[in-house]
Design a binder for this molecule. Structure first.
Ligand SMILES: *Cc1c(COP(=O)(O)O)cnc(C)c1O
Length: 355
C-alpha cells in the first residue's frame, strides 16, 4: 500500500533527494567510496558544500552581505548561538508557542528578554498582531511557522531592529525578502534535508558587536571564516540538502512552491471546515500552510481513535496531533504533493460516511 507521509519532522523528502542520496551512499561521484567514508576536506566534498551554499542563496534569493552556514546541533543550538553572538543587553521575542519559549529560555542566559506579546492564553491558536518592538533591543526574534500549533507568519515583517527568524518548518515554502531579516535559521529536517544539519543565513555586519568572548564552535565568524568546515560538517545531510535544492529549482523554485503549498492547504482546510466531525484549531487568518492542526468537534470525541485507525489503514502516516494540541496534525511540507493531500481529504470524506 502507498504510504502518505504527514510526519512533522523528520519528514517527507522528495523522491529525487532520497534516491540521489542513496546512490551517493553506495558510490559517491564514481569514486568507489561511500559518501559516508570520504574526507570532508576532499575536493569532491568541498564542491558539494560550495554548491549547496550557492544554490541555497540562489533559490532563496539571498542578497549580498549575507553568509549561509550549515552547522550541527539543530535549530535548538541556534536558540543559544543567536543570543551568544547578537545579544548585548536586551532582545525582544514574540511568544507564539513551544519553540519560541525554548528560544526565549536560552536568550535569558545572556541578557534581558522582552516578550513583546504572547498568545499563550489561547493555547497559541493565533499570532499576536498588536505589539511594540523596543527600539533599543539588539534584535527581534520570531518563529515564522509554529510547527506544533499550526500557525504561521507568512509575510516578511517590518522591524525597527534586526529581525531574527526561526524558519525550521517553512523555509523555501514561499518567496521571501531576505533583506528584511538580520538572521534566519532552522533545522533542516522539515523542508530541506534529513536530520543532522541546521542552516543559518546571517547578515555579516551584525556580527562582532557583543562584548563577551565566544567559544569557537559557537562563534558564527569562525564558521564563516572556515566555510562551515571549522570541524567535520554533517556530510550526508548537507548532500541531501543539495539534492532538495536541485529538486526545488527544477520544480520551479519558491514561487511554484508557494502556489502548490497554498493549493494543498486550501484543499485540506476546506475539507475540515466543511466536515461535520472535525474542526481546525488555529485562527483562520493565521493558519499554517505547512502544519494543519484539527480536532474532533464537540460531542464527536469518541470518533478520534477510530478515525486514526481508519486513516492508518488507508496509508496515512504521522497524523496524530502533538500532545499540546491533541487531535490530528497533517504536515504538508514542500515534498508532499497535491495527490497526497487529496488522499487525506478522501479519507476524511469516506470516514464521515461510516458514522
Ligand atoms: C523542529 C523545530 C525546532 C527544533 O529543531 P531541532 O533541529 O530538533 O533542534 C525548532 N523550531 C521549530 C519551529 C521547529 O519546527
Amino acid at each position: 500500500m502507498k504510504k502518505y507521509n504527514f510526519n512533522a519532522g523528520p519528514s517527507i523528502l522528495s523522491q529525487f533527494a532520497i534516491e540521489e542520496t542513496a546512490k551517493a551512499i553506495l558510490d559517491f561521484n564514481g569514486s568507489g567510496l561511500s559518501l559516508m567514508e570520504v574526507s570532508h576536506r576532499s575536493k569532491e566534498f568541498d564542491a558539494v558544500l560550495n554548491e549547496t551554499v550557492e544554490l541555497f542563496k540562489e533559490v532563496l534569493g539571498v542578497p549580498e552581505g549575507y553568509q549561509v552556514l550549515f552547522l550541527g546541533g539543530g535549530a535548538s543550538l541556534q536558540f543559544c548561538m543567536v543570543p551568544y553572538n547578537l545579544l548585548n543587553r536586551k532582545a525582544a521575542y514574540l511568544n507564539t508557542g513551544t519553540w519560541a519559549n525554548k528560544a526565549m529560555k536560552e536568550a535569558k542566559l545572556f541578557g534581558e528578554v522582552v516578550e513583546v506579546a504572547s498568545s499563550k492564553d489561547d493555547n497559541y491558536t493565533h499570532i499576536p498582531k498588536d505589539y511594540v518592538i523596543p527600539a533599543d533591543a539588539d534584535y527581534f526574534h520570531i518563529t515564522t511557522n509554529n510547527t506544533i500549533f499550526g500557525t504561521e507568519i507568512r509575510k516578511d515583517l517590518d522591524s525597527p531592529v534586526p529581525l531574527v527568524a526561526d524558519m525550521s518548518s517553512d523555509i523555501f515554502s514561499r518567496p521571501m525578502d531576505v533583506s528584511k531579516y538580520g538572521l534566519i535559521y532552522g533545522g533542516a529536517q522539515k523542508n530541506l534535508s534529513c536530520a543532522g544539519v541546521a542552516f543559518v543565513v546571517v547578515r555579516e555586519d551584525l556580527l562582532g558587536k557583543v562584548e563577551r568572548p565566544i567559544p569557537s564552535m559557537l562563534d558564527y565568524r569562525i564558521h564563516i571564516k572556515n566555510n562551515s568546515m571549522f570541524n567535520t560538517p554533517p556530510c550526508v545531510p548537507v548532500f541531501t540538502a543539495l539534492q532538495t535544492l536541485k529538486w526545488l529549482k527544477a520544480t520551479g523554485g519558491v514561487e511554484s512552491m508557494q502556489r502548490r503549498n497554498q493549493a494543498k492547504a486550501d484543499l485540506l482546510y476546506a475539507a475540515i471546515d466543511n466536515s461535520k466531525l472535525f474542526r481546525g484549531t488555529a485562527a483562520k487568518e493565521d493558519r499554517s500552510v505547512m502544519n494543519v492542526c484539527f480536532v474532533m468537534q464537540e460531542g464527536c470525541e469518541a470518533y478520534e481513535k477510530p478515525f486514526l485507525e481508519f486513516a492508518q489503514s488507508r496509508g496515512m502516516v504521522g497524523i496524530k496531533g502533538h500532545r499540546s494540541v491533541g487531535g490530528f496534525r497533517a504536515s504538508i511540507y514542500n515534498a508532499m504533493d497535491l495527490e497526497g493531500v487529496q488522499a487525506l481529504v478522501d479519507c476524511i470524506a469516506d470516514f464521515e460516511k461510516t458514522v
